[in-house]
Design a protein around this ligand. Sequence first.
Ligand code: ATP
Length: 133
Amino acid sequence: MAESTQRLEIVTPEKKVFTGDVNFVVVPGELGELGFLPNHAPLMSALKIGIVRVQQEGKSFKVAVSGGFVEVRGNRVTILADTAERDDEIDRERAERARERAEKRLAEKSPDLDLVRAELALKRALNRLKALQ
Ligand code: ATP
């Protein structure tokens, strides 16, 4: 009989964010969303800033990630993320402050603005706020 769960691990350089057996995972692949049911074929992909959606025993939760990699192999999905926070760990006010700071920087257009850095900070903040919706 086909297995109905697969092992999911989400880690960052700082911490292990999640380990568990889950039914379905969707990740923000560099080229679009990738969904994994148990026993998916082996695969590796870069990830962009986005939301990992997890279904586990009829419940679902989201994890905000800011880039990294996913590897699928042997009924195991491993996400190595630059940063990752489960929806229930996200500090909404911190994300709002980060969004305001980044928006202000982008609006000011100061000559020493690091545009890419400011845009990425804004994307991370908006992504965290989206994961809370
Ligand atoms: P900030 O300016 O608020 O630090 P940032 O986008 O620059 O935001 P990151 O460098 O992406 O922050 O993350 C630094 C660490 O803080 C990581 O461990 C990340 O998981 C955590 N983190 C960042 N923002 C939040 C948040 N709103 N809620 C919970 N954890 C957060």
